[in-house]
Design a protein around this ligand. Structure first.
Ligand SMILES: [Fe+2]
Ligand SMILES: [Fe+2]
Length: 166
């Protein structure tokens, strides 16, 4: 769980970094910057938890590093709406994933994992807020919104499945 979440938060940071390369210093850049700061908080939490529990990061980190940035930059170059559509798609998948983890941690065998469960709940709520921010900033007016959203969600699911394995 920690390995895949760490990978996801790193990917999120990189997506927002790619978007900020285009929108830094603009009003929408400030909105993106605020979300990026929260991803840093998430990422730092997983760094700490992984060290405490001696979990190694996924071998895919260099790939997510590059792919995240490319996704952020690419969608930003398509325009502010496409960048926000990317946020909505990614955050929806990540929030769902946190939700699945919370459900797992409600199981009897994880009754002592209150810290993890509460962390995942808190981060899920942050990601849902990011998704709402994307919608408020016209994500749904992006060109080819449905196709763009479907492709990005599929990519995120593949990234999750891969990071859980290697
Ligand atoms: Fe996050
Ligand atoms: Fe987020």
């Amino acid at each position: 769980m920690l390995r895949v979440d760490h990978a996801g938060e790193l990917g999120a940071r990189r997506i927002y970094a790619g978007q900020l390369a285009v929108f830094g210093g603009t009003p929408v850049g400030d909105v993106i910057h605020e979300m990026a700061e929260q991803e840093l908080k998430h990422l730092n939490a997983f760094d700490r938890l992984m060290q405490e529990r001696r979990v190694r990061p996924t071998a895919m980190l260099p790939v997510w590093n590059a792919a995240g940035y490319a996704l952020g930059l690419g969608t930003a170059l398509m325009g502010k709406e496409a960048a926000m559509a990317c946020t909505v798609a990614v955050e929806e998948v990540i929030a769902e994933h946190y939700n699945e983890q919370v459900k797992t941690l409600l199981g009897e065998e994880y009754k002592d994992e209150d810290e993890l469960r509460e962390t995942f709940r808190e981060f899920r709520d942050d990601e849902l807020e990011h998704k709402d921010t994307g919608i408020r900033h016209d994500a749904e007016s992006a060109p080819f919104y449905n196709a763009l959203s479907a492709v990005i969600k599929a990519g995120c699911k593949i990234a999750i499945a891969t990071s859980e394995r290697v």
